[in-house]
Design a protein around this ligand. Structure first.
Ligand code: PAN
Ligand code: ZN
Length: 195
């Protein structure tokens, strides 16, 4: 059934929506294999299983033409030198794009095409990031004191392919170096000819 017109409010103080239908939580335990420092990952996990991010979504039909939208909140922290981040994905319908609007905090959007082209866009409150069709995307919180809060919009029929980027890895890692973020080559990245 097509969607009825609707609205909700994003708080001007914390960026959180006053209404949502879906709340997804991703804990450290769900991020096995995502962080480069496996030892630090295991050590942390034996002590605790922190919440890395929340996603609040308004539930819509997946009919082409609808626009899925919501808010993701990536909490501050690191595993080894690597900042807390989302899993990241390609859209299953590869030719679908996404728009992100940063409401709070400081972060980067790490993006990559199936051919291995890459891009890293900085995000601060007010930044709009356009993720073009075909680009995998991952949000990284580079501020260790604050949540990174992002509003996003994408075609409802886009779907999520987590497997491809999980298998090949993102080409670039975002690591903390003396309190600043650095973009570093991922030694485990599989280039297109080796996949
Ligand atoms: C976002 C992401 C959200 C969480 O809604 O799904 O930020 O990231 P992961 O899905 O990679 O865990 C989006 O990009 N949707 O398409
Ligand atoms: Zn997406």
């Amino acid at each position: 059934m097509p969607q009825q017109p609707s609205s909700f409010i994003l708080s001007m103080t914390d960026g959180l929506p006053d209404r949502f239908d879906h709340h997804t939580t991703r804990y450290l335990s769900a991020m096995r294999g995502q962080f480069i420092d496996q030892k630090a990952y295991q050590e942390r996990l034996t002590k605790e299983d922190p919440l890395l991010y929340d996603v609040f979504e308004i539930k819509l039909s997946e009919m082409p033409g609808e626009l899925q939208h919501g808010v993701s909140v990536i909490h501050p922290g690191k595993v080894g030198d690597e900042y807390f981040m989302t899993k990241g994905h390609f859209h299953l319908v590869l030719d679908t794009a996404e728009v992100y609007y940063c409401l709070r905090g400081d972060g980067v959007m790490v993006m990559e095409t199936p051919e291995g082209d890459w891009s890293v866009e900085e995000m601060h409150p007010g930044t709009v990031v356009y993720v073009p069709p075909r680009w995998a995307h991952r949000s990284v919180n580079v501020n260790l004191e604050s949540d990174l809060v992002l509003f996003f919009v994408y075609p409802s029929n886009a779907g999520h392919d987590y497997g491809s980027i999980e298998q090949q890895g993102f080409r670039k890692l975002i690591l903390d170096r003396d309190g600043r973020y650095e973009i570093v080559d991922n030694p485990n990245w599989l280039p297109p000819d080796l996949r």
